[in-house]
Design a protein around this ligand. Structure first.
Ligand code: DQA
Length: 148
């Protein structure tokens, strides 16, 4: 499972705490790793502040990953490049946001990524990532079950 974190999420824990809370990205990644072990899936987390680096990572994921859990940060709202990369690899996708993007500025209420996602979780803070991972694993296992 590839977990992708977009721009500025490296600052979690100190960034706009009233919106994003005080949990750090390292703590979120550790919790995902733990949950991954319980679910018997390998989890790889990756953060970048650069759109092209995330696009490259998504291309590479086609070769080794069964699914992608992504918080694209602000790229959510306008990155057709990220969207096209996700569409190109066609891996099962779950989108997650710490904050409730529908309860904030108007520009955040639109995601160019969501139409590709099996589901979207937002507003539940770090717990949303764990719910997202569980959902992704279930979706992939159901698919694999269908093929057997
Ligand atoms: C975010 C919401 C985005 O609008 C924002 O640009 C982020 C974080 C979230 O997790 O709530 O960087 O994706």
């Amino acid at each position: 499972m590839l977990i992708l974190h977009g721009p500025n999420l490296n600052l979690l824990g100190s960034r706009e705490k009233s919106i994003y809370g005080s949990t750090t990205l390292a703590e979120i990644d550790r919790a995902l790793e733990r949950r991954g072990r319980e679910l018997d899936v390998a989890v790889q987390s990756f953060q970048s502040n650069h759109e092209g680096v995330l696009v490259d990572k998504i291309h590479q994921a086609a070769g080794y990953s069964d699914g992608i859990l992504i918080n694209p940060g602000a790229l959510t709202h306008y990155s057709y490049a990220l969207r096209d990369a996700l569409a190109a690899v066609g891996l099962p996708l779950v989108e997650v946001h710490l904050s409730n993007i529908f309860a904030r500025e108007a520009f955040r209420a639109h995601s160019v990524i969501s139409p590709l996602a099996a589901g979207v979780i937002c507003g539940l803070g770090p717990h949303g990532y764990l719910l997202g991972l569980e959902a992704l694993v279930r979706i992939i296992r159901e698919k694999q079950g269908d093929q057997n």
